[in-house]
Design a protein around this ligand. Sequence first.
Ligand code: BMA
Length: 332
Amino acid sequence: MTYPNNHHVVGRTAIPWEDRPKNNHNVLWRSAHNPIIDHDHIPSSNSIFNSAVVPFKDGFAGVFRADNKTRRMQLHVGHSTDGVNWEIGHERIRFVAHDERTEEISNFEYAYDPRVVWLEERYYIMWCNGYHGPTIGIGYTFDFETFYQMENAFLPFNRNGVLFPRKINGAYALLSRPSDSGHTPFGDIYYSESPDMTYWGRHRFVMGATSGWQATKIGAGPIPIETDEGWLLIYHGVLNSCNGFVYSFGAALLDLDQPWKVIARGEPYLLAPQAPYERVGDVPNVAFPCAALHDPTSGKLAIYYGAADTSVCLAFGMVDDIVSFVKNNSRL
Ligand code: BMA
């Protein structure tokens, strides 16, 4: 089948990149230009954060979480030639029902924390979709102009739905994090599969909250990255401090064929909220990754994360270094 746009090829445009600062010995380092998108980037926005980007045509496209000045959580489309400077639509994305039956669930309540993946000739979007409480919305676009909404993957309450970038054992594969209707004080990552992107089953436990920065709950972040050593999963973890939740992120390696089996899991975090823009904002102490651009030739990785529920930031690293870090600092 031929689709109108087939411009996903990674490597056509260089991903955003800044070399590691000389005095920095961490696995990841922050962009010197953070936040790359500030809270008032478009006239209607209270804040823009927790957003997803992918290679598109000769540059990049993205789906951005923009909370408006009534504090409604909405998704907006964005375009960029370099992945750093973004033009973001002023109106929210209005999904068109994928088919007649989906129409009755497409009444918009709210949408947040999108992920985007190129999979089988289209860009799939997953987001936290309001349907009598938060659950996993799934939709797709070919061109970042028209967006189609499919069935919700699950019943409420669930968040952090993240598709794998290819079918696994012949089925679509999705990570998610069952939760509650509020600021959930628990949360583990599960794996589910589907033959058709509508009916999900064969649910498997992947990994749960442990201690320290990931003591309270965890949730998948960017689309998992396929490496020789397994799926590299970058995920957020939450610590419940006397001053509220603290969101950091770390990484794990999942088995390529049975991704519910964890090969290694980094015990220390990769990045915790320590920069001023991660510590101060609408929700202080949040670093929340939703996307990563990977250049397989060089091994460079650019991670997009939301800072303090206020702005969009970038961090950089090398995939091989992250994989080694996870293996050398693993605690299962
Ligand atoms: C989570 C989600 C995220 C947010 C985080 C911190 O429950 O709502 O969108 O970044 O809380 O407020």
